[in-house]
Design a protein around this ligand. Structure first.
Ligand code: SAH
Length: 243
């Protein structure tokens, strides 16, 4: 048998509403909080009995947003400036023969909400709506390998960019009492420089926008500096992430 079918066991609710600006790996931004929502028949406490004793979990998921775009044997890792090509199996690229992703995330809380079982997570690098195939506890004795070699991605990407907020943006964040980490999340996302590699060479001031939670965030980039100009609330939004 060389073809298998899997069931989606749950779905991610994430502040990241589009691929743009999601960090390259989990754990880089601890303020990125999300929920894994399990529905019946996977929503019974029994299915996670004992899970609270683990601080971190592995999530196996589907790159659902890009799955239909196929794959290629060679990809251009953003870590190498988008120019050098590496074999897809030598990278964590999304365009893989089987569009399966793997992320280690922090488990903060487990609770039941009507017929759903909810796992609160942080440090996620997952798009809102990501289908989850499996959960496995992170085992430090087996999974943490401090002497391992990280190839061309041996350490976390450097975050050299600076970030400032306009008065409007600062006040807006302060008013969002349900999202106490909003300014920190925005600032950490921008410090990672989410721009595609080819735009990083540009010298003239550029304008960008992204959605986090139900907020539309606009900023400008000038050299190594991001300035958050304006934040507004998206009108129609079904917020699955607020407390
Ligand atoms: N930690 C995972 C993901 C690495 S690729 C792994 O190693 O397999 C990281 C990128 O995946 C992010 O920049 C984000 O844009 C993308 N991503 C996250 N969730 C996705 C989804 N559901 N569909 C497609 N791309 C997704």
């Amino acid at each position: 048998m060389n073809s298998f079918q899997f069931n989606v066991i749950g779905t991610i609710q994430s502040p990241y509403k589009q691929k743009f600006a999601i960090p390259r790996q989990p754990g880089l931004i601890p303020e990125a909080r999300g929920k894994l929502v399990l529905s019946p028949p996977y929503a019974d406490y029994d299915i996670v009995r004992g899970i609270e004793s683990f601080s971190h979990l592995w999530l196996v998921f589907v790159f659902h947003e890009t799955a239909s775009k196929g794959w290629s044997p060679l990809v251009r890792p953003p870590r190498l400036g988008g120019n050098a090509r590496k074999g897809v199996f030598a990278t964590r690229a999304t365009f893989r023969p089987n569009p399966i992703g793997l992320s280690v995330v922090k488990l903060d809380r487990v609770y039941k909400n009507q017929d759903k079982l909810v796992l609160e997570l942080s440090g996620i690098d997952l798009l809102d709506g990501t289908p989850i195939l499996d959960i496995k506890p992170y085992l430090p004795y087996a999974d943490a390998l401090p002497d391992a070699m990280g190839g061309f991605a041996d350490s976390a990407p450097e975050t050299l960019m600076t970030v400032s907020f306009s008065e409007q943006a600062r006040d807006f964040c302060q008013a969002q009492t349900a999202y106490p980490d909003l300014a920190l999340l925005i600032s950490k996302v921008l410090k990672q420089d989410p721009r595609p590699s080819y735009k990083k060479q540009r010298t003239a001031e550029q304008q960008y926008g992204m959605t986090l939670y139900q907020f539309n965030i606009k900023w400008t980039v000038n050299g190594e500096h991001n300035h958050v100009t304006e934040i507004s609330q998206l009108s129609e939004f079904n917020d699955g992430c607020s407390q």
